[in-house]
Ligand binder design. Structure first.
Ligand code: PAF
Length: 319
């Protein structure tokens, strides 16, 4: 009986063929699946699994502590990070250049720079820090929300406790505007807003919509004070184990991810403000950008002196 079971099992294995060796690839990102990051991660999963005929399985996981995820990728406990550049400057200081307020004029400018040689060169700066910068994606232009008052001018920012990312450039800028910047991981944001530890926060429209921040914030001002790039970062040893063909397929899948992610940002930008109004937010749309830039000018010199000024100029001159 026992022998017959073994024989049957052997026959079944022969008919099924050798078990398919499958490599797991985990991508962690901080937002719900139904978001611009979710769209990017899903496009990558579909394209890469298809191109490798299922030899790779991509697991998409949510982790809204971006610094923690980058550390995991560096030590190899997660294969890839898809998230904003907010904390990336703490690992790859050159990336801080992109975090300067009012550096990018609009979406075509930001996307054009990141797709150009400038963006490619910045991606090469990750390798010496034990990370691979695979592709630029997008978070979007950041806007201010708060629960206290309508912010129409820089003077209205005075004394507002604003959660910022763990990003020195952003913190300096908010201090210059008279606000009290409080850096924390995104995972801590909603409780901090509920408990009044902070009055406000700043994030792109797709983030405010996907996370229902309207439930904890009443006022939105379309400051567009800084463009927030996103980036796909992976563990170098993991990528080095891929065959050249699989690596090409992965890069191609990353490009598909960037397209899907940007398309979703554009769609959210087109419908998001109206949606947030519908959900009850008071939206200030007419913002005097020049006044905000003027209020930041005292800190701009100080911020830029620690960055690559030639690179900043190249970005500003980009047409
Ligand atoms: O505010 C942040 O920390 C980031 O913009 C977020 C929401 C995690 C998306 O990258």
């Amino acid at each position: 009986m026992f022998r017959r079971t073994l024989a049957a099992a052997g026959l079944a294995t022969m008919l099924a063929g050798p078990a398919l060796a499958q490599t797991q690839l985990t991508i962690q990102h901080p937002l719900p699946l139904n978001s611009h990051y979710g769209a990017g991660a899903t496009a990558l999963k579909e394209a890469f699994e298809r191109a490798t005929s299922g030899r790779y399985r991509v697991n998409i996981q949510r982790n809204d502590n971006e610094r923690e995820v980058i550390e995991s990728v560096q030590i190899g406990t997660a294969e890839c990070y898809l998230g904003s550049t907010g904390p990336v400057g703490n690992f790859v200081p050159e990336v801080r250049t992109l975090d300067v307020p009012f550096l990018f004029r609009d979406y075509p400018h930001a996307r054009g720079v990141l797709d150009s040689e400038i963006g490619q060169q910045l991606l090469t700066r990750f390798q010496p820090r034990g990370l691979v910068g695979v592709a630029w994606l997008e978070n979007g232009f950041r806007h201010l929300t708060n629960s206290r008052r309508e912010v129409n001018a820089p003077a209205d920012m005075r004394g507002l406790k604003v959660r910022t990312m763990e990003n020195q450039v952003h913190m300096r800028a908010f201090t210059a505007l008279g606000a009290l910047p409080t850096p924390m991981a995104f995972s801590e944001l909603v409780p901090a807003l509920q408990q009044g530890t902070v009055d406000g926060q700043e994030n792109p429209i797709p983030v405010i919509v996907a996370n229902n921040l309207n439930q904890v914030q009443r006022f939105l001002t379309l400051t567009g004070h800084v463009y927030s790039p996103a980036v796909l970062i992976c563990n170098p040893a993991f990528l080095a184990r891929m065959s050249a063909a699989d690596r090409n397929a992965f890069n191609e899948a990353a490009r598909a991810a960037a397209r899907a992610n940007r398309d979703r940002v554009s769609a959210d930008e087109a419908s998001g403000v109206e949606e947030l109004r519908r959900r009850g937010m008071t939206v200030v749309t007419q913002v005097d950008n020049a006044a905000f830039q003027q209020a930041l000018s005292s800190s701009a010199g100080q911020i830029e002196q620690q960055l690559d000024r030639a690179l900043l100029q190249r970005i500003r001159d980009w047409r």
